[in-house]
Design a protein around this ligand. Structure first.
Ligand SMILES: [Zn+2]
Ligand SMILES: [Zn+2]
Length: 343
C-alpha cells in the first residue's frame, strides 16, 4: 500500500510507493568502482598541478611550503569555470518592463579536501574531515562579512549521478547576492509554523523523532541523525544540531569538529552498506540577515543518488521513493558502529 507523506518543515509531499518498495540491501551499488591511482598527472586538483587552478585563497600547508606549490593538506581555490564572479553590481534590471536580471555577481570556490587523488571523505581520518568542516566555517564567516552577499551555499557532489566529473575529493561553495528560492521557501514555512505553534519546527522534529525512535540513525550529545519521515529518496539523511541555531555561521570551532565527526561516521556507515554510492550533501542555513531567528534551524541534508527522478518529480515536486525511511534507518543504525570508529 502506497502512502503520501508530508514533511512538516518543508511542507513537501512524497509518495512512498509500497508496491515498488525495495529492501534496504537492494540499494547496494552493484558496479565495482574502478580503482583509482593516488596521483593522476592530468588531474587539476592533484599535487604538482597547482598552476592549473586559480591562485588559492586559503590552504593548510606544511610549514615552509609556499602558496600554490606542493606541501598542502587542503586548498581553497576559486572555481576555474565559476557560475558567478565577484564583478558587477547589485542592481536589478528590467528588460521590457517585465523580464528581470542582475549581474552574475557572486563567489564560487572549490575546497580541495586532500592532495590524495583517490581518497574518499567516507573513509578519511576524522581529523581530515574536521579540517574540511573548519574550512567551511572559515570561508562562510569570511564571505558573510561581504555585504554584497545574502547567502553562502556549501555543498558536495560525489559521483557522476550527483553532477560531478572530477573524482578528486572536493566540495564547493557559492555566495549569492540573492536568497535562493529553496531557502526562501524553507524560511517561510518555518516562520508560518513558528507563528502558529510558537516553536521551531526543526526543534520539534528532532524531539518527535527521538520519541518515535523509528528513523533515528545516530544520536550524540550535540547532533541527531535521522531519515526524515517524508524522505524524498531512499536513505535521505539529515544531521540536525540539538542546539537551536539558525545559522551555520554561529557554530563554534568545537561544534564544527563534532559535526565533522558525525558527518564522517554517517557517511562511513552509508559507504559500508551502499558501496561506492553517489550523493549530494548541502548545508542548509539561514541567510546572513536571519542568522539569529527563532524559527529556522541549520542542518545538513544528504541526498543519495541511488534512483533517478523523472517527469512526475519535475512536474509536481512530489518525489516518489521506493523505500520506507523506517527500514533504511534501521538498516543504517545497525551498521553504524561496526565499521566506523567511535570518537
Ligand atoms: Zn587528483
Ligand atoms: Zn530549532
Amino acid at each position: 500500500m502506497s502512502e503520501l507523506r508530508q514533511n512538516r518543515a518543508t511542507k513537501r509531499w512524497v509518495i512512498v510507493a509500497g508496491e515498488r518498495a525495495r529492501r534496504p540491501d537492494d540499494f547496494k551499488v552493484k558496479e565495482v568502482s574502478k580503482s583509482l591511482p593516488a596521483h593522476d598527472p592530468l588531474c587539476p586538483f592533484c599535487t604538482g598541478n597547482e598552476a592549473k587552478t586559480p591562485a588559492e585563497v586559503l590552504a593548510m600547508r606544511v610549514p615552509g611550503s609556499s602558496a600554490n606549490s606542493p606541501g598542502w593538506q587542503l586548498r581553497v581555490v576559486p572555481n576555474k569555470f565559476p557560475a558567478l564572479r565577484p564583478v558587477g553590481d547589485l542592481e536589478r534590471r528590467e528588460e521590457h518592463a517585465f523580464f528581470r536580471k542582475m549581474d552574475g555577481l557572486g563567489i564560487h570556490e572549490v575546497i580541495i579536501e586532500s592532495p590524495v587523488h583517490n581518497e574518499n571523505i567516507a573513509t578519511m581520518t576524522y581529523r581530515k574531515v574536521e579540517q574540511i568542516m573548519l574550512t567551511y566555517r572559515e570561508r562562510y564567516l569570511h564571505l558573510g562579512a561581504d555585504t554584497r552577499f545574502q547567502q553562502v551555499t556549501i555543498f558536495r557532489n560525489q559521483g557522476q549521478r550527483a553532477g560531478t566529473s572530477l573524482v578528486h575529493p572536493h566540495s564547493q561553495l557559492i555566495a549569492t547576492p540573492i536568497v535562493p528560492s529553496n531557502t526562501r521557501h524553507l524560511l517561510e514555512e518555518a516562520m508560518r509554523y513558528y507563528d502558529d505553534r510558537g516553536s521551531c519546527v526543526f526543534c520539534d522534529m528532532i524531539r518527535e523523532e527521538l520519541k518515535a525512535k523509528k528513523r533515528v540513525v545516530l544520536e550524540t550529545m550535540d547532533f541527531v541523525v535521522f531519515e526524515p519521515y517524508a524522505s524524498r529518496v531512499p536513505f535521505e539523511t539529515w544531521i540536525v544540531p540539538r542546539r537551536h541555531n539558525a545559522s551555520f555561521g554561529n557554530i563554534s570551532p568545537g561544534e564544527a569538529r563534532k559535526c565533522a565527526r558525525v558527518l564522517r561516521r554517517i557517511l562511513g556507515s552509508m559507504y559500508q552498506v551502499l558501496g561506492d554510492f553517489d550523493y549530494n550533501y548541502m548545508i542548509c542555513t539561514a541567510p546572513f540577515k536571519d542568522a539569529n531567528e527563532s524559527y529556522y534551524h541549520w542542518h545538513i541534508s544528504i541526498l543519495p543518488r541511488l534512483t533517478t527522478q523523472a517527469g512526475f518529480e519535475l512536474g509536481s515536486g512530489i518525489y516518489i521513493t521506493s523505500a520506507f525511511p523506517e527500514d533504511t534507518a534501521k538498516y543504517l543504525a545497525q551498521s553504524i558502529g561496526v565499521g566506523s570508529r567511535k570518537k
